[in-house]
Design a binder for this molecule. Structure first.
Ligand code: SME
Length: 195
């Protein structure tokens, strides 16, 4: 009983601390005395902490839409330089827009089309440093410059994709790929328990 009360409080505190750290980082980035080297280090996301927060948020929650909405909000407040973060869900062989943060986006994407459809068709993460150089990229927001899309599996099939866009070229690194693939594994572990 006491755990039921304390756990959401601990998660909320941890998320507040994280968003506070992002705020401090963005403030620090505005001061010229912080050089590019420091900024590069500051741009790195603490995926260990982020993924613990995701685990805490979704564990035991049986509602998929609610969990994906919280997952996209968590990414939005934890990663710097984003203009879109969210999910496309497989419905009748097409990717359909799911919970997200950012501007309104395309509703349906055919498998094999754009970065999302390619991630689903090839069943592997697409890390795109320059979206203009990606054949068939779908520009939902013309501010996007780079993108990462990670497939999400259920029952051995691609059930959805996580899509994150940035207005900064080459925003996503191999560390982001590893961290976000771990983020997706957490969603996959709970996927079948959610409706
Ligand atoms: N750029 C994606 C489309 C989705 S939006 O970016 C939200 C693509 O090429 O699949």
């Amino acid at each position: 009983m006491i755990l039921k009360i304390i756990r959401p409080m601990l998660i909320a505190m941890s998320i507040w601390q994280n968003s506070h750290a992002v705020l401090l980082r963005s403030k620090a980035a505005r001061f010229p005395r912080i050089g590019n080297e420091s900024k590069t280090v500051m741009n790195m996301t603490n995926y260990e902490e982020l993924n613990l927060q995701l685990q805490g948020l979704i564990e035991g929650v049986p509602h998929r839409i609610a969990n994906l909405a919280n997952a996209s909000a968590l990414l939005w407040q934890s990663l710097e330089d984003l203009n879109w973060a969210g999910f496309y869900l497989m419905r009748d062989g097409k990717l359909v827009l799911g919970p997200f943060q950012g501007k309104p986006a395309c509703i349906e994407i055919a498998v094999g089309r754009g970065v999302c459809g390619t991630a689903a068709a090839e069943d592997r993460t697409q890390l795109v440093p320059d979206v203009h150089a990606f054949p068939g990229h779908i520009a939902c927001d013309c501010a996007s410059r780079s993108e990462i899309v990670v497939p999400i599996h259920a029952g051995g099939e691609v059930a959805a994709v996580l899509d994150i866009d940035s207005p900064v070229s080459a925003r996503f690194s191999e560390e982001d790929r590893t961290g976000l693939e771990a983020f997706v594994r957490i969603l996959e572990a709970e996927w079948e328990k959610m409706t």
